[in-house]
Structures are given as structure tokens and as C-alpha cells.
Ligand binder design. Structure first.
Ligand code: SF4
Ligand code: MG
Length: 335
């Protein structure tokens, strides 16, 4: 499959009172046409910053693109002007934010908000846009679309609002859809419906999706590939099967251990002890070393390189070095 997006050695920092925070520290990622790539990790791992960077939504200042490339269909978005990005955002690449309440404008009707992108990017007149809005509302499963498009966000339930947000994101048939925790604000039943809807729409429109989440259940259900982020770096990337059944990085082991088990409801959630690294003064070695039960001297001194375990599976951990002791993953992982 062809790559629609290639992120190469991306580094992003923020100037803060406590110094320069290196939020993204050399990220490499690819997204193929029509696939769903999940980015997982704790908050502060750099996953949201990486995805916002693709939309060029990092505020500058305090943010700074320090280095790297974000190649969309081969062209580097980092070099794009704000004006060029206006044409791309919402039409070629769009984003679903986690909180549908803040994503919508309370003073505009739903219809007008969905039509906005259509009129701007596709130069539709009012009537054409309205017809398309009705189709989109229908597509995302909002009953009685002709009447609903004249209503305001407060007249919709949380789940319905998130459907509207998805309709806005998909209005111009984007090639890439970025969904940052798209269902966290919703209850479990609605969550499942929204995810089903996204999958459905992807089938129909062959959109490529970047899904940011901390929920590994969602990953298993939605994604074909997974990138695990920690301390501004990708520590492991692989197909869903490789990550769930053959994980090689101790941080991935920790994430999988902390996942609620399907067959054992009583089991306590194992949190990973410790806190993420301070990225205003990042460790020079492996970012996970202070929390890793297997950390060796090399881990503290040197950043581990990526080891290729298959065409799709890469892990950055010193345990994969020939000279390291052999370590088995803990038994707590797995579904
Ligand atoms: Fe743990 Fe070392 Fe691997 Fe980092 S490189 S995850 S500290 S074993
Ligand atoms: Mg986030």
C-alpha cells in the first residue's frame, strides 16, 4: 500500500517558563492509504502534539518545529504557509477533537457549520451545500436531517453532537482523518456506535485514519497498525497482532498489563509505577529507564536504536541487543 503521509525525524519544542520542553523528539511514522494507525501512550507522551503537527496546529510561539519533515503526498507541510494550510485543513486533512461541545459553535446552526467547509473548499452554493449537509447527516446516522440542520448544538445529545463533528470532518472527503480521543467524552454504548460509524465511513470513503487514544480496546477494534509513544519518542511500532501478541518493549508490556482483562473482571488494573520523564530536561538514554524494571546501565547512558523485528515491527530497547540478558514478558499481558 502506498504511503499518504510520512513523518520523518520530527522534533517539536515549546518555550515555557521552566525552559524548552522537547515534546516530540525525533518521530518517524508512516500512514498508508485507507489504513487506521493508532497512536497510544500516556498523556504527555507527545501523541496529540504529533497529530496536531500534521494539521500545522502547533501555535508558534511558544511551539517550534525544530526539525524534520511531514510529507503529505510527498510534499512537506512544514514548509507550507498558513494560507496554503487553510486549503488543506478540513479539505485534505481533517481532525475530530475529543470534546464535541467545544468543537462546535453554539451560536451557529448545525447545518451552517457543516456547510461552512463545503462552501469554502468546494465552492458550493447555498442550495448545493444544503443538499450535501442533509446527505452527511443521514450518513452519520442523524434521523430527520432536514429538520435537524436548522437546530443548534445544545439541542443535540453528546453522542449526536459527536456525529455532527464527524460529519463536519468528513464533509469534504478528506484523505486523512485525525481523531484525537474521539469517544472519551461519551458513554460506552455511544462510544461503540461512534467507532462503528467511523469504520463504516472509512470503508465507504477509504479515508486514512490516525487514531489517538489511550484505550487499547479501541485500538484492537479499529486499527491495523499501532505506534506506542513514550517521552516524545516512538518506542515500539507494529501491526495490531505484533503489538498485542508479540510486544517487545517493556513500556508496551506495562500498557498491556494495565488493560482491563476480558475474562477476569475482578483483576485489579496494574498501573505502571512512576511518572513520565520531564521533557524540559529529557533523559539522555532510554526515556523509560527510570520506570523500567529491566533497566541496565546502557539504558541510562545511551538512547536505544530501533531494531527491525519484521517489515512492520520496530522496537527501541536495549533488551534486543545481543549482549543484553534474555528477558521474558510478564504473564499479566495479553487479552
Ligand atoms: Fe527498559 Fe532499557 Fe529497554 Fe528502556 S532500553 S525499555 S530502560 S530495558
Ligand atoms: Mg492528548
Amino acid at each position: 500500500m502506498e504511503n499518504i503521509l510520512e513523518i520523518k525525524d520530527l522534533k517539536i519544542s515549546f518555550d515555557t517558563f521552566s525552559g524548552e520542553v522537547q515534546a516530540v523528539r525525533g518521530v518517524n511514522l508512516t500512514l498508508k492509504k485507507g489504513e487506521t494507525l493508532a497512536i497510544v501512550g500516556e498523556s504527555g507522551s507527545g501523541k496529540s502534539v504529533t497529530s496536531k503537527a500534521v494539521m500545522k496546529l502547533i501555535p508558534q510561539p511558544p511551539g517550534k518545529y525544530k526539525s524534520g519533515e511531514i510529507l503529505f503526498e510527498g510534499k512537506d507541510l512544514i514548509k507550507y504557509s498558513e494560507r496554503d494550510m487553510h486549503k488543506i485543513r478540513g479539505s485534505e486533512i481533517s481532525m475530530i477533537f475529543q470534546d464535541p461541545m467545544t468543537a462546535l459553535n453554539p451560536t451557529m446552526t448545525i447545518g451552517a457549520q457543516i456547510a461552512e467547509g463545503l462552501r469554502k473548499h468546494q465552492k458550493m452554493n447555498k442550495q448545493e451545500a444544503n443538499e450535501r449537509v442533509v446527505k452527511l447527516l443521514d450518513l452519520v446516522g442523524i434521523p430527520n436531517p432536514e429538520a435537524r440542520l436548522k437546530q443548534y448544538p445544545h439541542q443535540f445529545s453528546g453522542g449526536m453532537r459527536q456525529r455532527v463533528v464527524i460529519a463536519i470532518a468528513l464533509a469534504c472527503n478528506p484523505k486523512i482523518l485525525i481523531a484525537d480521543e474521539p469517544t472519551t467524552a461519551l458513554d460506552v454504548t455511544i462510544q461503540a456506535q461512534i467507532l462503528e460509524l467511523m469504520k463504516d465511513l472509512q470503508d465507504k470513503m477509504s479515508t486514512s485514519i490516525i487514531l489517538i487514544t489511550h484505550d487499547l480496546g479501541v485500538v484492537a477494534n479499529m486499527a491495523q497498525r499501532v505506534a506506542v509513544m513514550y517521552g516524545g519518542r516512538i518506542v515500539e511500532t507494529g501491526s495490531v497482532d505484533e503489538i498485542f501478541y508479540k510486544p517487545k518493549h517493556p513500556y508496551t508490556w506495562g500498557l498491556l498489563s494495565s488493560m482491563p482483562k476480558l475474562h477476569n473482571n475482578s483483576e485489579k488494573l496494574l498501573a505502571i509505577p512512576g511518572t513520565p520523564p520531564d521533557l524540559s530536561n529529557p533523559p539522555k538514554g532510554c526515556p523509560f529507564a527510570p520506570r523500567c524494571p529491566y533497566a541496565m546501565k546502557a539504558c541510562v547512558d545511551m538512547m536505544p536504536d530501533y531494531t527491525n523485528l519484521s517489515d512492520t515491527h520496530q522496537t527501541a530497547c536495549w533488551l534486543l541487543d545481543d549482549r543484553a540478558p534474555k528477558v521474558e514478558p510478564p504473564e499479566t499481558i495479553g487479552v
